[in-house]
Structures are given as C-alpha cells and as structure tokens.
Design a protein. Structure first.
Length: 115
C-alpha cells in the first residue's frame, strides 16, 4: 500500500473510480464488471482492481486527488467521469443509499479539485 502519486492515464483514473463505485454496496455483479471491462483491457482492469483493494480509503483519496492534479482535468472531463460512475451504479437497476453516498462522496472529492 502506497500513498505515492500515480502516473495514471485519464482512463486508468476512470477505471479506478468505477471499481471504487462498484464496491460501494459490497456486491460486485456481472453487469457492473462488464460495464467496467468494456472501458478497458483485461490486464488494466485486474491491475487497478488489485491496486484499489490494497489501498485504504485515505490512500484511495490521495491517489484520486494526485491524479486529477497531474492530469489537469477540466470540469467537463470530470463531469463525464461522474456520468460514467452514475451509469455504472444504475446498471443493476437499483441505486441504493450506500451507492448514492459513495457517488456523492467521490463527486465532492473530484469537484473540489476543479475549483
């Protein structure tokens, strides 16, 4: 587990965020996994999945913030990521309270860096 900055691409950051969202309700269903895998290759999915699961919440937040800064993402790019995250959370047809809290927390984190 490391808190060092990442050298992720924009897509790798998105995949990390999507996996983070997928785990919000502690239920990883096949629709969510398929949604994420459609946005990346299998090796990247497995690498980022393993990395996220090795990180604690603090490290996850630090990596996300460092990546946003490093990539110099515009608000529109972050909005696109947020839309993908929300779409992922709705894939099972049930956006529960736990998932919504996760989404709103990540939204706040992502948008805080664009001000």
């Amino acid at each position: 587990m490391t808190s060092s900055p990442t050298n992720w691409t924009k897509n790798e950051l998105l995949i990390y965020l999507l996996i983070h969202c997928m785990e919000a309700d502690f239920n990883e269903d096949s629709e969510e996994i398929d949604f994420i895998r459609a946005k990346t290759d299998d090796l990247s999915f497995r690498r980022l999945y393993s990395e996220l699961n090795a990180d604690n919440d603090y490290v996850r937040a630090q990596k996300i913030l460092a990546s946003i800064e490093q990539l110099a993402l515009e608000k529109e790019e972050i909005d696109d990521m947020l839309n993908d995250m929300l779409e992922l959370l709705k894939t099972d047809g049930n956006l529960d309270e736990t998932e919504m809290v996760q989404y709103l927390s990540l939204k706040k984190l992502l948008l805080a860096e664009t001000k």
